[in-house]
Design a protein around this ligand. Structure first.
Ligand SMILES: [Zn+2]
Length: 355
């Protein structure tokens, strides 16, 4: 099993505390490059900003006479957030959301704006001054402003992200960007501890939250034999308020890595689903199946790239998706790394030889 402890949690903390809203992933890219370069045979940053790192299998350096089998692992660097679109004066700015977000949860939240991380607050008219009708309605996005104060400066195009800091509380990890820094940290760990029999193609992709854009280009660059998207998926496992059993949990915290069968963008390759399940069972690693439904991962773009690529997704579950703070369990993360590490060890071309 790969090593797992404080060093891994420290790396995750660093990744979670920088801000990288879709299209502006530079802060995460910097850390990724620093972490993967010493282990990579090739590293490239493409036109969109994807980090594409390759570690060649033994076939390349001729200690083994067989064609390299290329496995692509993907994790997206971007997170949801905001983009300033207009200046209303007095330090008040109109903004758009980047990525799917519940506008009802935004009022009063602290954000950092722009490269200088100017502290600001998302504001709206106070509840006392709303009429009865307004109080029952959703606050529309265009009624909200990002308030940096009269001395603060922002400009259209600047991104803003939640100001929440990473926290580790007992068995829980809390952060604004578990989705998908936990995938990025997983991919860095797998890349460092990669096994020699395959070409490992690591795509740290951009712009997932606005339509899986970076991964599509990354898959075309690597042209892999198969791909695994590593992400974080909602756990909808709170008790139901009427006391009935929660049958729509999607995933549950503490039940291990979530293997996908189907989601809103992909029917995951059944051979790879079975392979991951068998790997988990053989190695004694807990796992769960993500319940089919809406949402998606980069697998949706990768699977339909080139002439089609066998693809599966694995996620670490988290609660409170796309909000200022999500919660995951340390054990679920550790088991996700273990499962994927074991899978890389066992993967063979025969796995996808016959449909
Ligand atoms: Zn994600």
């Amino acid at each position: 099993m790969p090593t797992f402890g404080n060093a891994q949690l420290k790396l995750l903390e660093r990744l979670c505390n920088v801000i990288a809203i879709s299209g502006d992933e530079g802060e995460v890219r910097k850390i990724v490059l620093e972490e993967v370069k010493p282990y990579a045979d090739e590293v490239k940053v493409d036109a969109l900003g994807n980090v594409l790192a390759t570690k060649f299998g033994r076939a390349k350096n001729r200690t083994r006479p067989r064609a390299p089998f290329r496995v692509m692992l993907d994790a997206h660097m971007d997170e949801v957030g905001f983009m300033i679109v207009a200046d209303d004066g007095e330090g008040l700015y109109r903004f758009e959301t980047i990525g799917g977000m519940d506008v009802r949860g935004l009022v009063g939240k602290q954000v950092f704006v722009g490269k200088e991380r100017t502290p600001a607050v998302i504001g709206a008219r106070p509840v006392h001054l709303m009429d009865a009708d307004e109080r029952t309605k959703k606050v529309p996005l265009d009624a909200l402003r990002i308030d940096v104060g009269p001395s603060g400066k922002a400009k259209p195009g600047d991104r803003a992200g939640f100001a929440t800091r990473f926290r580790r509380v007992g068995q829980s990890i809390m952060s604004k960007s578990i989705d998908d820094r936990i995938g990025v940290a997983t991919l860095i760990e797998l890349f460092r501890q990669a096994l020699p029999d395959i070409d490992l193609c690591a795509a740290f992709s951009v712009q997932e939250e606005i339509g899986l854009r970076g991964a599509k280009v990354a898959a075309q660059y690597f042209n892999p034999d198969l791909a695994i998207a590593i992400d974080s998926t909602p756990a909808n496992d709170l008790p139901l308020h009427d006391g009935s059993e929660n049958m729509t949990y999607n995933t549950k915290l503490g039940f291990g890595p979530a293997i996908y069968i189907a989601d809103g963008s992909t029917l995951h390759d059944p051979r790879l689903v079975r392979f991951l399940q068998e790997t988990a069972e053989a190695e004694g690693i807990p796992y769960q199946f993500r319940q089919p439904g809406g949402g998606g991962t980069d697998s949706g773009a990768i699977q339909r790239s080139l002439a089609g690529i066998p693809t599966v997704s694995v996620s670490v579950p988290h609660r409170y998706t796309h909000s200022p703070i999500s919660i995951s369990r340390v054990e679920d993360w550790k088991n996700t790394i273990n499962l994927l590490h074991a899978a890389l060890k066992r993967v063979t071309p025969q796995l996808i030889a016959i449909r």
